[in-house]
Design a protein around this ligand. Structure first.
Ligand code: FMN
Ligand code: SF4
Length: 516
């Protein structure tokens, strides 16, 4: 009897030898004359256990990991194909505590299904959201998304339903849906995982968005540093066209909708929505002044929904399960679930989707298991390179947009980068300014020049020169950048810089102060 195995083809699994494991499994099975089928999946997001190999048994799937190619003979010897015990056996994947504690909506299928099988997608709840949107009609769909409380997962947390309603209500001959998959934030990888592990979820989300606002064309803008994701999504697009879900008169859908995949050249600022639109129009990625908002005048001057990939890929689940179900999760104004990405110096790094409300400490220390080096956690940068550094004393902060904002932080795209006690926070502050200087689009002075001056002043502090006067200068500069920059690249760089100075004064030659 043919035995089915599952092995991720996600870039994180490939980086640690998943292809070699696949080849070893097939060779060993052939040598033993045992027919097997290895289905390549996305990742379940337990990166410290990759490559994670799963076998289908009458009792469900049984997982093994992390598997090296050299482990494969002993796995077969122990009875891998029957899900038998082995030192690498993890049991049923759903029972692994890291997965068991999650509420998976956006990532429900990722790591489970064959990402290129329309049948598998449908069998695991795919297209139910689209069918519901077709029955609700455009206005009903917009209202459903609004009632769900979904906020943009790209960084700003803007209510998605309101953005869609603005585009729906703006009259124009053409409208566009733009998926922002530039994913430039440090420690983030959730967009990539969906592109590789559940690409039809994004296609379905874009179809629903198009139906809701009256757009017939969508663009997916992916960073060039994601070659596996680009290949995977390109393949999924062709399958969706062949399967009748896309095209001028998509037979499965009865509405015209086209999606084009565009590859960015690799600038952080091209994740900013207006710079992204410039780039899509073939120009240098430079930020546009707002207004007009892209929802009024976006791509090629037409009303445009620009949404992060996670926002769009969550919409099918919201439509399928109903707005109340989604809104019933989370707390305050942060509704639903967030795919949190735990990275940096951490024992259990990966994708953890949970309802808003866990504390930062629970996520980093209980779920992430503390640092990979085993040293104490000293700081966590939340929300990418423009996010604040949180010290241990603020680990009681609940993971929600407002609670983070109240502590001068941001959730951003859901990235958390963990540092142990060997980190030098003055160097991290310098890095924030340097990052801004390198990535600045150059349009406004506080960012373009302020960041360069910021590096110079922090260098003087690190050298111990006139420390108090130079710290006062950095604080003054940060105020100017915060209030005088055109976009959040210059405007938010002060958050990592000032949080480092405020919470870790000893690294800047100041005495430790109580944390507010
Ligand atoms: C410098 C900068 C970089 C950004 N990078 C990204 C990015 O990589 N991905 C993203 O979705 N949003 C990014 N954003 C936020 C976008 O401008 C925009 O708010 C978002 O795409 C809107 O989608 P949402 O409402 O679904 O979050 C960035 C913003 C700034 C200022
Ligand atoms: S803040 Fe920086 S990135 Fe943003 S518009 Fe100004 S120069 Fe460009």
């Amino acid at each position: 009897m043919t035995v089915r195995l599952y092995l991720p083809r996600d870039a994180a699994a490939l980086a640690v030898g998943a292809d070699a494991v696949g080849r070893a499994v097939e060779a060993e099975a052939q040598a033993r004359s045992q027919p097997v089928v290895v289905t390549r999946t996305g990742s379940r997001g337990l990166f410290w256990l990759e490559p994670m190999l799963e076998v289908e048994t009458p009792a469900g799937r049984i997982a093994y990991g992390p598997v090296r190619a050299s482990d494969v003979p002993s796995l077969f010897e122990a009875g891998l194909l029957g899900g038998m015990p082995h030192p690498l056996c993890l049991g049923r994947p759903e029972e692994i505590p890291f997965l068991k504690r999650q509420t998976r909506l956006t990532f429900a299928r990722c790591g489970v299904i064959d990402p290129f099988s329309l049948e598998d997608y449908r069998a695991h709840g795919g297209w139910r959201g689209l069918e519901r949107a077709l029955s609700l009609g455009p206005a009903g769909t917009v209202e459903e998304v609004r009632r769900s409380g979904l906020r943009g997962r790209g960084g700003a947390g803007f209510p998605t339903g309101i953005k869609w309603k603005t585009v729906a209500d703006t009259a124009a001959d053409r409208k566009y849906i733009v998926c922002n998959a530039d994913e430039g934030d440090s420690g983030t990888f959730a967009d990539r995982m969906i592109l590789e592990g559940d690409p039809f979820a994004l296609i379905e989300g874009m179809l629903i968005a198009g139906l809701a606002v009256g757009a017939a064309k969508g663009f997916v803008y992916v960073r060039s540093e994601y070659p596996d994701a680009i290949a995977a999504f390109g393949r999924a697009l062709r399958i969706a066209y062949d399967g009748g879900f896309l095209g001028p008169r998509a037979p499965s859908y009865h509405h015209p909708f086209d999606i084009e995949l565009r590859i960015g050249a690799g600038a952080y600022v091209c994740g900013e929505e207006t710079a992204l639109l410039e780039s899509l129009e073939g120009r240098r990625g430079q930020v546009r002044a707002k207004p007009p908002l892209p929802a009024h005048r976006g791509l090629f001057g037409r009303p445009t929904v620009v949404n992060n990939l996670l926002t769009l890929a969550t919409v099918p689940a919201i439509l399928a399960e109903g707005a109340e179900t989604y809104a019933g999760l989370g707390w305050g104004r942060s509704r639903g679930t967030m795919p949190i990405q735990i990275a940096g110096n951490v024992r259990r790094g990966g994708l953890f989707e949970a309802a808003f409300g866990l504390t930062l400490g629970e996520i980093v220390e209980q779920i992430g298991g503390g640092t990979a080096t085993g040293r104490p956690v000293r700081a966590v940068q939340a929300g990418g390179p423009l996010g604040a550094y949180f010290p241990h004393a603020l680990f009681d902060t609940p993971y929600d947009y407002e609670a983070f904002a109240a502590r001068n932080g941001l959730i951003g795209h859901g990235g958390l980068v963990v540092f142990d006690d060997s980190v030098d926070m003055a160097r991290q502050a310098r890095f924030a300014m340097e990052f801004c200087a390198v990535e600045s689009c150059g349009k406004c002075t506080p960012c373009r020049l302020g960041s360069i001056r910021g590096v110079e002043v922090i260098d003087r502090i690190i050298a111990g020169r006139d420390v108090e006067r130079n710290l006062a200068l950095v604080e003054d500069l940060c105020e100017t950048m915060k209030y005088g920059s055109l976009c959040a690249l210059g405007g938010f760089t002060p958050y990592p810089v000032m949080s480092a100075i405020t919470h870790f004064p000893e690294d800047f030659g100041r005495h430790a102060a109580a944390v507010a």
